[in-house]
Design a protein around this ligand. Sequence first.
Ligand SMILES: [Zn+2]
Ligand SMILES: [Zn+2]
Length: 129
Amino acid sequence: MTTLKGQCECGAVALEVKNPRQEVTFCHCGQCRRTSGHFWAATNAQLTDLTFTRDSGLKWFASSDFAKRGFCKDCGSSLFYRMNGEEGIGIAISALNQPTGFKPSKHIFVADKGDYYDIADGVPQLDKF
Ligand SMILES: [Zn+2]
Ligand SMILES: [Zn+2]
């Protein structure tokens, strides 16, 4: 079983995750670009496999009627994406300690990507998801 540890920049959110999907999805939608600073790179895990060893900084933002984004209210790190009522949770790959050994999986919402970069890494691109 794979267990990885991670944290936000300041450590006010720290976590352990079991059996995360060992692939990274890159989301280019406007929300991800605004909250992350560029495009968002995330893995996914079952909510029940995610344990917080510290969550004093964790805050949730309802980014739409159907999903929330979790971030650290102390340092601002963008950390989680969760569809309301779903068993899975998206976890920012940036929050997990290296080495992850993960591989890129796909680019999503590429129709909404920023106009200042090209995606040329050969990983599949989807207009939505
Ligand atoms: Zn923090
Ligand atoms: Zn997105």
